[in-house]
Design a protein around this ligand. Structure first.
Ligand code: ATP
Length: 213
């Protein structure tokens, strides 16, 4: 069966680290496509000063040249915190017969036990954890996930055989970029000189006067 990648984030703003990560996953798992899911209200972060609509618009601009990347705004239509488990419930109803794979950075995986109903995630999807700079070069698997780990060399095959239930670890490191550092740079630097974000996104930020102090 085909594998659909689900990539949630605040995307405040989307950057080249996100895009490199998604491309690595696309190639590794042979995903049919990857859905980018901007959070309306991220449960574990301060409410972004930039609206969800602006963040979604920037995602759309950044992925426009990649036909396998799709913007999915389902989290923008809900009230309250954007809990991933609720998004998965919705997508599973829409896509009952596909393998769904939630994609997260290693820093997010370490914090997974703080997510709402985290133990139910694997009832809806597989999980692919991608290494992030400044984290250990090894996945510290949560005890509750023992017996769910598959080697990355077999992940495309194993994930495609099941709609949900397995974890794998991609030991590839996307560029060391974070939205926080980009926001800081945008607040203090000459906007033309910000590295790490797509040109079209930079133009959008400039045109809409986002992130500038
Ligand atoms: P912030 O700096 O505001 O916390 P961020 O750069 O971590 O933001 P998010 O939109 O919160 O960006 O990230 C969405 C997902 O992408 C998370 O699972 C995060 O771990 C992962 N991610 C983001 N940037 C990278 C990167 N450079 N390398 C690996 N994973 C990343």
């Amino acid at each position: 069966m085909e594998i659909i990648g689900l990539f949630g984030g605040t995307f405040n703003p989307i950057h080249n680290g996100h895009l490199a990560l998604a491309l690595s996953v696309l190639n590794t798992l042979n995903c049919s496509h990857i859905r980018f899911l901007p959070a309306a209200i991220p449960p574990h972060k301060a409410i972004p000063a930039v609206t969800a609509q602006h963040r979604a618009n920037m995602v759309q601009l950044a992925i426009a040249d990649h036909p396998e990347f799709i913007l999915d705004t389902c989290e923008l239509d809900r009230q309250g915190p954007s809990y991933t488990i609720e998004t998965l419930h919705l997508l599973r109803n829409r896509l009952p017969d596909q393998a769904l794979c939630l994609i997260i950075g290693q820093d997010s995986y370490l914090k997974l036990p703080s997510w709402h109903r985290w133990l139910e995630l694997l009832d809806y999807c597989h999980l692919l954890v991608v290494h992030r700079a400044d984290t250990e070069h090894k996945l510290q698997l949560h005890a509750e996930h023992e017996n769910r780990l598959v080697d990355i060399a077999n992940a495309a095959e194993r994930f495609a055989e099941n709609t949900h239930g397995f974890i794998s670890y991609l030991p590839v490191t996307p560029p060391d970029i974070s939205s926080t550092r980009i926001r800081e740079a945008l607040a203090h630097a000459e906007i033309a000189s910000i590295p790490g974000i797509p040109e079209k996104v930079l133009h959008y930020i400039k045109a809409n006067h986002l992130y500038q102090s």
